[in-house]
Design a protein around this ligand. Structure first.
Ligand code: AMP
Ligand code: GLY
Length: 423
């Protein structure tokens, strides 16, 4: 079989390595992929958002199955485009991807179907939004409606900060048209859990839970990033919480999407906060999380490609989705300065025995040498029988991977270890 994977980050590398385990896979194309992915797939320089470019390539190459991994092509309707051209796909169509593409949509969905989430109001006008902010307590959370590279959420500690955020989003258009509308919501407190789930629209099978570390610096301070590391499973996600999440959130979300004529097929990501009143939805994503996928997929013991094909055909079978009982720690090695300004173009080297556990995110090949080419350069994921073992192995490997300006957090998984009382 010929498989096409749209995207070019650490998540796509993790997906590709897992798909490669299927013995029927003869060739994998990554569009655009990256210099590190090139070791596992044929990278073709077509942008992930180039709908017709990707479709033309898939048709020309007679691709048997496509996986559309990032949010923007999904929200733009790449699955619709490929399916219309006869290419079977894993991923939601445009009508379903709106669950991530518009926060106003997802908040209204939750309100109308009684799915627990933060209280909120949506505004199209700056005057109304500022009046609302002034009348409500701080901290208060302001979100651009559309996609904003994971940076469209501002937690304002003061009213001034909140008004400034509104101005930046709605007037200065920091996120372009994504900020024509804002969602303003109540600040929730509690530990966060990411749950990725396979769903074929009828059934939903959650994967192992995980904990992302979004802030740039140790101790969860500094600016928000795309994610500096992940551990799985998340110790806050107890059996009892998982049951509540299934009954109060996952199944009602599926039902809600179906009743709106927007059945969701693919990987649905639930960003949950475990509040004193139980789990609430912070955000939905219409795809695998990154770096969550890099920590969760290595624990999957079943055949990922088969599951993806079953999802597409509407015959997802929970007995075919098996996870190991191990723990993982995915440590992100970034370029110093990320998520703000950073330098790139530095040579990357590692011991060959680490290759299997490395997912490359921001690197390119220059004269056959892998060099840094992004803020998040790579993820290293290690497994262990205990979380402590997984973390220790990941840190040991991180020391043996070298590139100039290498930066990583030193405390990935520490909070989880405390919860597990392992320290
Ligand atoms: P998002 O980009 O939607 O994942 O949001 C980024 C981060 O902002 C989340 O991971 C939370 O830590 C935080 N956040 C979002 N919404 C809220 C909320 N209503 N209350 C508290 N924190 C929030
Ligand atoms: N790690 C968060 C995300 O993928 O959106």
């Amino acid at each position: 079989m010929k498989i096409l994977v749209v995207g070019g980050g650490g998540r796509e590398h993790a997906i590709i390595k897992k798909i490669k385990e299927n013995p029927n896979v003869k060739e994998i194309f990554a569009l655009p992929g990256n210099g590190g992915i090139a070791a596992d797939a044929t990278c073709v320089d077509i942008k992930a958002t180039d709908l017709s470019g990707v479709k033309d390539f898939a048709v020309k190459e007679h691709v048997d199955f496509a996986v559309v991994a990032p949010d923007d092509p999904l929200v733009l309707g790449m699955v619709d485009e490929l399916e219309a051209a006869g290419i079977p796909c894993f991923g939601p169509n445009k009508r379903a991807a709106i669950i991530e593409g518009s926060k106003a949509f997802s908040k209204e969905l939750m309100k109308n179907f009684d799915i627990p989430t933060a209280k909120y109001q949506t505004f199209d006008d700056f005057t109304g939004a500022s009046a609302y902010v002034s009348e409500n307590p701080v901290p208060i959370v302001i979100k651009a409606d559309g996609l904003a590279l994971g940076k469209g959420v501002i937690i304002a500690e003061t009213h001034d900060e909140a008004l400034n955020a509104l101005k930046t989003i709605m007037k200065d258009k920091l996120f372009g048209d994504s900020g024509n509308r804002v969602v303003i919501e109540e600040f929730l407190e509690g530990p966060e859990v990411s749950v990725l789930a396979f769903t074929d629209g009828e059934r939903i099978v959650p994967m192992i839970s995980s904990m992302d570390h979004k802030r740039a610096f140790d101790g969860d301070i500094g600016p928000n990033t795309g994610g500096m590391g992940v551990i799985a499973p998340n110790p806050y996600y107890t059996k009892e919480i998982a049951e509540r999440a299934m009954n109060d959130i996952f199944l009602p979300t599926l039902k809600a999407m179906n009743s709106l004529g927007r059945p969701f097929k693919g990987c649905l990501y639930f960003g949950l906060m475990i509040t004193a009143d139980g789990p609430k939805v912070i955000e939905y994503n219409c795809r695998f999380g990154d770096p969550e996928a890099q920590a969760v997929l290595p624990l999957l013991e079943s055949d990922l490609l088969e599951i993806m094909m079953d999802v597409r055909e509407g015959k997802l079978d929970s007995s075919k989705v098996r996870f190991s009982g191990d723990f993982t720690c995915c440590l992100v090695l970034a370029s110093k300065g990320y998520p703000k300004a950073y330098e790139k173009g530095f040579a990357i080297s590692w011991n060959d025995e680490e290759t299997r556990d490395i997912f490359v995110a921001g690197a390119k090949l220059e004269n056959n040498c892998l060099v840094t080419n992004g803020g998040r350069v790579l993820g290293i994921t290690k497994k262990g029988g205990t979380l402590k073992e997984a973390i220790d192995k990941a840190y040991k490997a991180a020391e043996s991977i070298n590139f100039k300006n290498k930066y990583f957090r030193k405390d990935i998984g520490h909070k989880a270890l405390k919860v597990l009382r392992e320290v």
